[in-house]
Design a protein around this ligand. Sequence first.
Ligand SMILES: [Mn+2]
Length: 178
Amino acid sequence: MSTYIVGDIQSCFEGLQRLLKKVDFSPINDHLIAVGDLIGRGTQPLETLDYLYSLEDSFDTVLGNHDLHLLAIYAGIRKTKPSDNLDSLLTSPQLKTHINWLRQKPLALMADQDTLVTHAGLYPQWSVKKALKVSLEISEELQAENWKEFLTNMYGNQPSAWQKSLLGAQRLRLLLMP
Ligand SMILES: [Mn+2]
């Protein structure tokens, strides 16, 4: 069994397939971990999410800013831009399934006992333990019934520096802007 960690896939379904073929990736034996930004910019967001979703337990990811942007578009907080290239996904009957699937994904995970996976690095003042704790806190918010409200708060401008007292969406904002 091998574990492969891939960078920003960004809707590049065909490129991902070529890469997986090159390493002879087997969903039955191997594990694939993405570092976030599964979609965004590239032209095949629906194919990409359909495929990654189909891998079930053979796939893990953390959320990237483009994934959160998609959640915000779905929640009606952000407007989609032509450069997002998300139309095929946004008009798909699979959209809700994929949104709910992404809402279950963390912001940080351990690929093995020595390897932390995050999308945009680690806030310098944080330990690995702290990052995992904040990730868990954010996941609880994203999985909650009022997750849209939580995301609305995330798109504010303040605060711009980490403080221990920050809660919820403000923590998430900082986590996403190293
Ligand atoms: Mn990114």
